[in-house]
Design a protein around this ligand. Sequence first.
Ligand code: AP5
Ligand code: MG
Length: 217
Amino acid sequence: MIVILLGAPGSGKGTQSKVLSSKFGFTHLATGDIFRAEIAQKTTLGQKAAEYVKSGKLVPDAIVTEMVAGKLEAGKNYLLDGFPRNLEQAQALDSMLRPQKASIDRVILLDLPESEAIKRLTSRRICSKCGEVYNTVTRPPKNDMKCDVCGGDVIQREDDGEATAKKRLMVFDDLTSPLVAYYKAEGVFERVDASQTPEKVSADLSKLLSGSGSLAR
Ligand code: AP5
Ligand code: MG
């Protein structure tokens, strides 16, 4: 099963992917997380991606699609978070899945107003060691700015300052939101109200993935 979580920066893709992966046994493939890890390790891929990620621009399609193609294994269940991000990447994904005789089962938009996304992004903090996600308003770490999970330093993502966060939201509007029409035409599109509590969003997503939700075409 292949499921894509679409959504603006800050809409909760990472938060919900964690819940859904453990509940349904998906392999969580988050291109942003992969880039941040590669940048931290100063790999060749990380060096190629760093300037784009830092400034809130999309990493060039050829780099992203090559990376994803190298990770998608036939027969596994994937939850894709942050990929595809434009029509070119959506078409590249279709081409990757065709020889595997796999197809996209659901594309779910985490729908969140821009004003709320900005608040969530600028108040988000992450663990510099394990990547655990916090929020100074809704989910602060218990112990000063140390990670509850591993004790690492909790920091702000480099692209979560207000100006870069706004830029990322613009990129989403321009390049990623056209994917809604693309996947509606494929008959696999669903929408969830991402402004609800994390628990309610998880419940709505779980309902869709358990097959009891409606498939709006
Ligand atoms: P990426 O890491 O994918 O960032 P993004 O899409 O901008 O999404 P975010 O991770 O910012 O938000 P999220 O939806 O995961 O929200 P989260 O759960 O953390 O990409 C980063 C960069 O990498 C890109 O800009 C680009 O440069 C590059 N890149 C990645 N993929 C690419 C691709 N395919 N092509 C080209 N370039 C690519 O939640 C946010 C905050 O809100 C947290 O603090 C959380 O605690 C809180 N929160 C979550 N849910 C709720 C809720 N229901 N109520 C209240 N608070 C909540
Ligand atoms: Mg994320």
